[in-house]
Design a protein. Structure first.
Length: 186
């Protein structure tokens, strides 16, 4: 099936959220997502789809950002923590100049909040978003809620999302399916 009107959103798949030494890591559950995420990215490109990499970015101890009170400094620009984790890093390096691949900064949980994502998707006549990355119950969830409110079809790849806790993962997957009407697939 061609993905011409579909976009893959690889959300926050960085060292700080996935690596053992990451500042806010989901650890092993996130690390095993690397191969499925790269495989999906390759599939989308091969089928003329779009791959977006909305990536969290922060300034340490920003008194105006609510996350400064909730979490330790993470995903600081130009640091190891903000680099893509594992095989996604070389994948992005190899494909970053392609028209169908776009990495962009986000400063809130949702990939839509304060970004041009909705505009970019509508310009390309994209009506379906596939969500992968971390954390299932935080940034993936908030992106899904905004996608729902903007009338996108939502597909969440269960084998390509991870949360900080098993309870958060279970709750979010149920919420996607039963509250947001998303398709939750393997």
């Amino acid at each position: 099936m061609a993905h011409t009107n579909e976009a893959l959103l690889i959300i926050d798949y960085t060292n700080d959220f996935v690596a053992d030494q990451g500042a806010l890591s989901c650890g092993q559950p996130g690390q095993v997502l690397a191969e499925p995420i790269v495989a999906l990215a390759n599939e989308f490109l091969q089928q003329d789809g779009w791959v977006y990499l909305p990536t969290d970015v922060h300034t340490p101890h920003d008194p105006y950002h609510p996350e400064s009170k909730l979490f330790p400094p993470h995903n600081v620009r130009h640091t190891w923590g903000r680099e893509f984790f594992g095989p996604l890093k070389p994948w992005y390096t190899a494909h970053q100049s392609e028209e169908h691949v776009n990495m962009f900064d986000k400063t809130r949980y949702s990939a839509f909040a304060g970004t041009a994502l909705d505009l970019r998707l509508r310009e390309r006549r994209i009506n379906t978003v596939h969500l992968v990355g971390v954390c299932t119950d935080i940034c993936v969830l908030h992106t899904a809620v905004d996608a729902y409110n903007l009338n996108y079809q939502i597909i969440v790849h269960q084998n390509a999302v991870a949360a900080l806790t098993p309870a958060g993962q279970t709750w979010a997957l149920d919420h996607f399916a039963h509250v947001l009407g998303a398709t939750v697939t393997e």
